[in-house]
Write a protein that binds this ligand. Structure first.
Ligand code: ADP
Ligand code: MG
Length: 278
């Protein structure tokens, strides 16, 4: 099985120009993400979960330095040097995104909301209609495709945002707390539908969630961003950054066991370990 992402010694910062060590918000010493899998990213608040999605999804240029940054075996470290249209084409061809605030057009119907995404992406009309119907069906919303969105419940709206995200062809779906504003039962149901849709397309998903039960249930792999404390600055202020290496990556195995490097860990133990860090 090949890797969709391969990263070595990546440092991420929001600072432009000269970057000091204290400007680094996330460091990834080593990370390989396999194709066709469901990966969850967990970690305490402010540690770099959104940053890793922005970086892998080329939403924001946070790359301060990197030894290796490969997408599907291609070196993409220098993608940011390309012009805007090349970058957005790369994004459109490969990625889809879903966020907690779903940005739907409230006065439009479900059908129109989803269809608009396809048309904006340059899909030809007839094909866009087919894709829209399929995406709505996948999310179980085809029965009310003609109702205005402001008539929808919170769960239905989020499902609609999911329908929009799975509509285009993509290799990786990025989700930043996509079920964050739903109750546990709806979140679980929706996550299942989303993951089925991703698997049906032979795509991958990289999802940030603070819901550890959901993560353990649905992940093939969990990436835990570790909090590292820096030395205090001259005013005695402490600061932190996020860190990932192979010891922070847990792969689901058989019979409730997970593996990390060469070690095996029982699911309950993993859950407790993750709870302790959040
Ligand atoms: P999380 O998603 O885990 O809560 P983030 O990835 O949003 O954390 O943030 C990681 C760190 O980067 C935080 O210290 C945050 O303040 C900083 N950060 C996030 N986005 C920006 C930005 N656009 N500009 C500057 N700093 C940012
Ligand atoms: Mg975040």
């Amino acid at each position: 099985m090949s890797n969709i992402f391969e990263i070595q010694n990546l440092k991420c910062s929001y600072k432009k120009g000269t970057v000091q060590d204290s400007d680094i918000v996330l460091e990834i010493s080593n990370l390989s993400i396999q194709e066709g899998k469901i990966d969850f990213i967990v970690g305490p608040s402010g540690i770099g979960k959104s940053t890793i999605l922005e970086t892998l999804g080329f939403m924001n240029n946070t790359i301060a330095s990197a030894d290796v940054f490969k997408f599907q075996n291609d070196d993409v470290k220098n993608l940011w040097l390309k012009n805007d249209s090349e970058k957005s084409e790369f994004r459109n061809q490969n990625f889809s995104f879903i966020f907690q605030d779903n940005n739907l057009m409230q006065n439009f119907t479900a059908y129109e909301n989803v269809m608009a995404t396809a048309l904006i992406q340059g899909v030809e009309r007839k094909k866009a209609e087919e894709m829209t119907l399929l995406a709505l069906k996948d999310m179980g919303l085809d029965y009310k495709a003609d109702g205005p969105v402001y008539h929808y419940s919170g769960g239905e709206r989020q499902r609609l945002a999911f329908a929009r995200a799975i509509l285009p062809d993509f290799k990786v779906l990025f989700g930043d707390e996509p079920t964050g504003n739903l109750d546990a039962k709806s979140a679980d149901r929706l996550m299942k539908v989303l993951i089925d849709a991703v698997k049906k397309r032979n795509a991958s998903a990289i999802i940030v969630s603070h819901d550890l039960k959901l993560s353990i249930n649905y992940a093939d792999m969990i990436i835990r961003i570790k909090k590292i404390e820096r030395n205090s600055d001259e005013n005695g202020h402490k600061s932190y950054y996020g860190f990932i290496d192979e010891h922070q990556v847990y792969t689901k195995g058989e019979n409730g066991f997970w593996s990390c490097c060469d070690a095996k860990i029982e699911q309950k133990e993993l859950f407790d370990k993750l709870v302790n860090e959040l």
